[in-house]
Design a protein around this ligand. Structure first.
Ligand SMILES: [Zn+2]
Length: 371
């Protein structure tokens, strides 16, 4: 429909099993294997961790938040310092969101033209339009940019969901026309809430625009997991098979593996690092509340067999002590452990696709994480 700026991204599918698939995404400055989980570097860093540690776990792509970066330090500063990769010391690939989700969560007002919101830092008023979101992300310089969309919290009325979807579609076209950088891929975003027919309609519309990848937005915003999976099932059959599919904001282990089984390739979520800072460890046996008294003299690592820096060097007793007394290092170590868990969860899914055992793998994740 719109001029297709190919060249910034290519995607090849490898092993497949039922609806799931492995693949490789090649970008201008690097490549990565899918399925993939992307840690979220909200304000130029993963909270409580440095870029080298994130790379050492094996992550190939991280996400930056345009909303925060445009307000502080500002995209002109980031551009002057050589783009977000150089500025933040991350040498691999990067994706930036458009800020749509943050402005929605922070109570923006939407018009046909764009969104108006108040800065969380100093209360100043800002506008973001589909064109401005493209420009901001071209200045930030990520390898993959997201279009500005309109996300609705669920539950919401069908009218409200349809209005958000229609606006998302017209903004998607405006964003595609506004794109200039040939070395940056641009992903469109499917909306439609939990209305499955609207999800299908949105999938067809966004697929026709010619984006380098397609994201599913507006999920994990208050709906049940079953509703989320139904929405994914309504979307995936209408997406081009030769482009990566990104489920935005989903990072709970069961949600991730169920989505992988349905053909989703990319994920991001703040939860693994956020719960870490609240003393929660994610493991293949489920959640562990590290403040618990039962770990006070526990000499074993958080998760035996985990290769992370916390498990390789420190007993549960130390982690418990650090998080109990509020030492930031406790949150840092748990962040690295939880991100290592997410990396291994995805790696396990990739292997299970190749060995055609994804069904059993998903059962093991349900056994650890409940329903
Ligand atoms: Zn660990």
């Amino acid at each position: 429909m719109v001029d297709d700026l190919k060249g910034a991204l290519s995607f090849s599918v490898g092993d497949t099993h039922n609806g799931s698939r492995r693949g490789t995404v090649k970008l201008n400055r690097g490549s990565f294997s899918t399925p993939i989980f992307m840690p979220v570097g909200t304000r130029g860093t993963i909270k409580a961790a440095i870029a080298n540690d994130i790379a050492a776990i094996g992550f190939e792509v991280i996400l930056g938040n345009t909303y925060h970066l445009m307000l502080r330090p500002g995209v002109e500063v980031i551009d002057a310092l050589g783009g977000l990769g150089r500025f933040s010391g991350w040498k691999r690939s990067m994706l930036t969101d458009s800020g749509g989700f943050q402005v929605m969560s922070l109570g923006a007002t939407f018009s046909d033209g764009g969104a108006t919101f108040r800065s969380i830092y100093d209360g100043s008023i800002h506008d973001v339009t589909p064109e401005k979101a493209v420009w901001l992300q071209e200045m930030i310089g990520a390898d993959i940019a997201m279009v500005l969309d309109v996300c609705t919290n669920l539950p919401a009325s069908r009218d409200e969901i349809k209005r958000a979807m229609d606006l998302t579609h017209s903004w998607a076209l405006r964003a595609r026309f506004a794109k200039h950088r040939q070395d940056q891929a641009q992903f469109g975003i499917v909306q439609g809430g939990s209305e499955v027919d609207l999800r299908s309609e949105s999938a067809k519309f966004i697929s026709d625009v010619g984006f380098e990848g397609i994201a599913l937005g507006g999920l994990a915003v208050g709906e049940s997991r079953d509703d989320m999976l139904r929405a994914i099932d309504a979307v995936v059959p209408h997406l081009p098979p030769d482009k990566p599919r990104y489920l935005m904001g989903v990072g709970d282990p069961i949600g991730v593996v169920e989505a992988i089984a349905r053909g989703i390739d990319m994920f991001d979520c703040v939860a693994p690092s956020r719960v870490a800072r609240h003393g929660v460890a994610m493991t293949f046996s489920g959640k562990m509340h590290m403040r618990n008294q039962k770990y006070v003299r526990d000499e074993s690592p958080i998760e035996p067999g985990c290769p992370c820096v916390a498990c390789a060097n420190f007993p549960r007793a130390l982690i418990r002590h650090l998080v109990s007394v509020g030492e930031p290092t406790g949150g840092s170590l748990l962040t690295l452990h939880n991100l290592t868990f997410m990396y291994r969860l995805i790696e396990g899914s990739r292997n299970a696709i190749s060995t055609k055992t994804l069904g059993e793998y998903i059962k093991s994740i349900y056994a650890a994480w409940g329903n």
